[in-house]
Design a protein around this ligand. Structure first.
Ligand SMILES: [Zn+2]
Length: 87
């Protein structure tokens, strides 16, 4: 705890957090990730970027390779381009 955490520790902490994201607020973990420069990548998409509520039953729409996810908590819409590299 406290100072002297390595980036590996932080990555592990983030991974563990996202394994059980339900009923948690990713706000802190996002700050942590930003501070240690750890990219959240796909994990970013598991919670609302506005109110930080983890998505449970979001409205998902896919149109023109853009995925729109509506937060059931605040109504904020996040959009992501769907990559078409199916390897
Ligand atoms: Zn929200």
């Amino acid at each position: 705890m406290g100072k002297g955490k390595s980036k590996t520790d932080i990555i592990k902490e983030i991974e563990e957090f996202f394994l059980e994201i339900k009923n948690k607020t990713p706000k802190k973990i996002k700050k942590l990730a930003m501070r240690y420069n750890v990219p959240l990548k796909e994990k970013r998409k598991t919670f609302c970027k506005k109110c930080f509520t983890p998505y449970e039953n979001p409205k998902i729409r896919i149109k023109n390779k853009i995925k729109s996810v509506t937060c059931e908590n605040c109504g904020s819409v996040s959009r992501w381009r769907i990559k078409s590299n199916s390897s």
